[in-house]
Design a binder for this molecule. Sequence first.
Ligand code: UDP
Length: 327
Amino acid sequence: MSILVTGGAGYIGSATVELLCERGERVIVLDDLARGHRGAVPAEVPFYHGEIGDEDLVRRIVREHGVESCIHFAALAYVGESVEDPARYFRNNVAQGLRLLDALLAEGVKRMVFSSTCATYGEPVQVPIPEDHPQQPTNPYGWSKLMMEQIMRAYDRAYGFRFVALRYFNAAGATRRCGEVHEPETHLIPNVLAAAEGQLPYVAVYGNDYPTPDGTCIRDYIHVADLGEAHILALDYLRRGGASDAFNLGNGQGYSVLEVIETARRVTGKRIEVRFEGRRPGDPSRLVADATRARTVLGWRPRYGDLETIIRTAYEWKLAHPRGYDS
Ligand code: UDP
């Protein structure tokens, strides 16, 4: 029996594939490579270049490889892009996601670990954010993920489809094989490290007039290997017959943009220039997880919790891969 990993060539997907392989699981990757990197998937893992909405392809993969569960990462994930082109986000993340669910169900696969996001909560009314916090996304990306959660909830009741939605806070850091490379890169830590390496002249800090101690936004950074581990625990939970559920994944500790930059200066020993710019639309001032449920129900214990370790692993990967996966 094997596990179908959609989006297994992406940042969090590839890190999870790496952990699954180390654990001796049989893994199949399906990825359209719109945002992922072929080089992020180990050569020995069967790889299908295709769409998650290609029902014939998904059904064939399930039959040929005896797929018993799916870990579904494949999605577009830029907030700004989703505001500008919502059609693309709803088509890709929801319409295609729905076809994936239907293809899996048609072949009798009723277990999914789903990549969700803290963006499903919208502007927090309570921080740290627990799972039962109101879900009122402020952008189409967040809505697309929330819609998938709702669809799966209905599929659970109607068809016995069991899922775990993992609501990530800010994924960061790198494993031995897998690091963060987006094109274009919009994320803070990769941009800070690019500035440290002289690939960017400075880090643009989006807003220093937020109601936070230093005026910059606070986020909960979580190491990509800890995220990967949570997917494996969620899969084990479903295999044990666990009920459908949602879990936050974060360290429960927030760092401001300026604290991230200061830590990166310490880790890299480099000068990192900063330029303050206007706020980025849709950025909440403070997102911090209450991840107690993942600890108590799944037994999740993040191992790379401190920011310095997270940034150090990202920096080591960057030094080893100066031009990303093409290095
Ligand atoms: N940010 C920034 N400069 C950058 C990239 C991000 O100031 O070059 C800020 C961004 O406004 C947010 C935080 O850093 O407050 C984290 O942003 P990121 O895009 O990494 O993750 P998000 O929280 O949007 O998922």
